[in-house]
Design a protein around this ligand. Sequence first.
Ligand code: DGL
Length: 259
Amino acid sequence: MKIAFFDSGMGGLSVLHHAMKVLPHEEFIFYADEDNVPYGTKSTTQVQKFVGDAFDFLLKQDVKAIVVACNTATSVAVAEMRRRYDLPIIGMEPAAKKALDMDGTKRVLVTATPITVKGRKMELLIEKVDKDHLVDRLALPELVTFAERMEFNSQAVTDYLQEQLEPFDLSKYSSLVLGCTHFNYFKDTLRKILPENVQFVDGNEGTVRELIRRLKERNQLEHNAQSITYFYSGRQVTDPMELERLQKCLARLEKMYRI
Ligand code: DGL
């Protein structure tokens, strides 16, 4: 059986990229909802419908687990999917706890989409983990648009990030949380802007660790040759140009992995 990774678009590849390293004998499905990306600037009702449609499709694909490699979809739709379906559903939330655990005295900047930043789930997380009020939040929706058009380190990206980060005194921060899976593509551009004291924190490793734990629990880890089948909103990707785009994204993520 297969493991599905689902995102609104190319961001989820950053989680799959890590999973490919630690699960070399699994068959993966990667589902990018390219017809509806971006999610983060739409209404929660719209995103709930998109996620429901994606799950309907994925559950017909012989999957043993679904990783919602999207903080936005997790924020508004995962609870309902878990009520509906009885298979491991692994969601993602901005790694604010991990960031606070790493330092705990300096500030933490959580970046994500507008839905995630403003959501109830984020409020609850902050209430739970940010006892000393060290966490600030910043929505960076344009990064999703840039990533989808494979624009990662142009002057426009740098200008946008500089402008958005301008109000923050970055010398007071220990980390920047990449709370949207699309943001991993911009680590080199961000690295040039951020002072050395600011580290990147993301939830990719933790998410894959949880996936492995859940599969082990069910005795469902396999020993197949690794494979990936790609889908854009329910259509299998076979166009060589699109397959090349996906490979380029994975190659970029391999570069970002070491930053
Ligand atoms: N990659 C997604 C996330 O982690 C959402 C991007 C979007 O579609 O706005 O939140």
